[in-house]
Design a protein around this ligand. Structure first.
Ligand code: UT7
Length: 335
């Protein structure tokens, strides 16, 4: 029986820092409100002309992960690309990575599970490795939110939260029992699809319809979020799915060395931390610097935590995510 271990990690964020004060020049918001409700101090936004896109940022993160794994691009047998903000409506970002990294004609799979995208992608990669089909899989989470946010007061409930960036991991076959990805657990609840969504342009909302039928105040091509409803569901689902993962491996919260929660809101992470009685050293947060980068948030945080020496050989690392769909999931990893 094979397992998959993470053999390389990397991340990339655009250089352009956007502070809360910068946003208050564009919309009716302020640093105090944003920090108090979310913990966010600043985020990164792609600047027009800086050469960044969802796929190019993904490639930059992937190249770092690949170098650290000591593999080459020709060792990669599958690309999995998670994003809610692809460069194009179709095709997805995976094929662009294949081209930009000059890889062989390996399969490129796009995952569309928003904030849970990276955990879903890890789960898919892990299954392909466990069955023996592939040895090395490149997993990317990347987002260009700034290109699609309503940067006026009308959109302030959403726009202050999200940031741009990318993270990547290489999953590699291992035969070491009890190490690597021990389990993944995934869920969805489509009844709440509209509570955090971007409805158009889509087959339900074609551009001509949007323009003719929607007055300025009701534009479905900006993201919508029922913040309090999402918050309440998030805290419950995070806890449930972490517990599910721990129980499946006969582990308890006391066994966790590092929890990397999807960076949705610092208050959500702190709530989960209290639930599992974890110390500040056992939970890694960087939403203060980057905002919520959706599918990229876990790989960016995981890479930073690893770079800072906060994840060591033998540690029990828990990844957990919740977001639009609703979708949620966890991964339990023995490093
Ligand atoms: O990653 C995917 C998962 N996402 C999440 O988990 C996000 C979950 N939700 C949240 O994090 C929080 O609900 C938010 C941070 C989005 C919002 O915080 P809240 O405490 O739920 O605020 P609210 O939406 O209830 O808004 C409170 C007030 C409203 O004004 P009134 O109606 O009380 O006068 C809003 O209009 O704050 C106002 N408001 C703002 N004020 C200043 C909303 N956005 C802003 C803003 N600046 N950016």
């Amino acid at each position: 029986m094979y397992t998959s271990k993470i053999s390389g990690l990397g991340y990339y964020v655009p250089e352009n820092i956007v502070t809360n004060d910068d946003l208050s020049k564009l919309m009716d918001t302020n640093d105090e409100w944003i920090q108090e409700r979310t913990g966010i101090k600043e985020r990164r936004h792609i600047k027009k002309g800086d050469g960044n896109s969802t796929s190019t940022m993904g490639v930059k993160a992937a190249k770092i992960a690949l170098e650290r794994s000591k593999l080459t691009k020709d060792d990669i047998e599958l690309i999995i690309f998670a994003t809610l903000s692809p460069d194009m409506y179709f095709p997805g970002g995976g094929v662009r990575v294949q081209e930009m990294m000059d890889m062989k004609t390996v399969p490129a799979l796009d995952v569309r599970n928003q904030c849970s995208g990276f955990v879903y992608a890890i789960s898919v990669a892990d299954q392909f490795i466990k069955t023996g089909m592939y040895k090395n899989v490149l997993v990317i989470g990347s987002e260009n939110h700034s290109g699609g946010l309503d940067m006026t007061t009308r959109g302030r409930g959403v726009s202050v939260i999200f940031g741009d960036g990318a993270g990547a991991a290489i999953l590699t076959r291992s035969e070491e029992k009890g190490r690597g990805v021990l389990s993944t657990h995934l869920h969805s609840e489509g009844a709440h699809a509209k509570e955090l969504s971007l409805e158009g342009p889509s087959t339900e909302h074609w551009v001509p319809e949007i323009i003719s039928e929607n007055p300025q105040e009701n534009i479905p091509y900006y993201p919508y979020m029922n913040g309090q409803f999402v918050f309440k569901n998030a805290v419950v689902r995070f806890s449930e799915v972490i517990n599910e993962g721990l129980q499946a491996n006969n582990l308890s919260a006391a066994d966790i060395d590092m929890l990397i929660p999807h960076q949705a809101n610092l208050r959500i992470s702190q709530f989960v931390q209290r639930q599992f009685k974890l110390s500040d050293d056992q939970v890694y947060n960087n939403i203060q610097k980057y905002g919520n980068t959706t599918a990229a948030s876990i790989p960016i945080a995981l890479t930073e935590a690893w770079e800072q020496g906060k994840i060591k050989e033998g540690d029990l690392v828990v990844l957990a995510a919740f977001g639009s769909g609703f979708t949620w999931g966890s991964a339990i990893i023995k490093w």
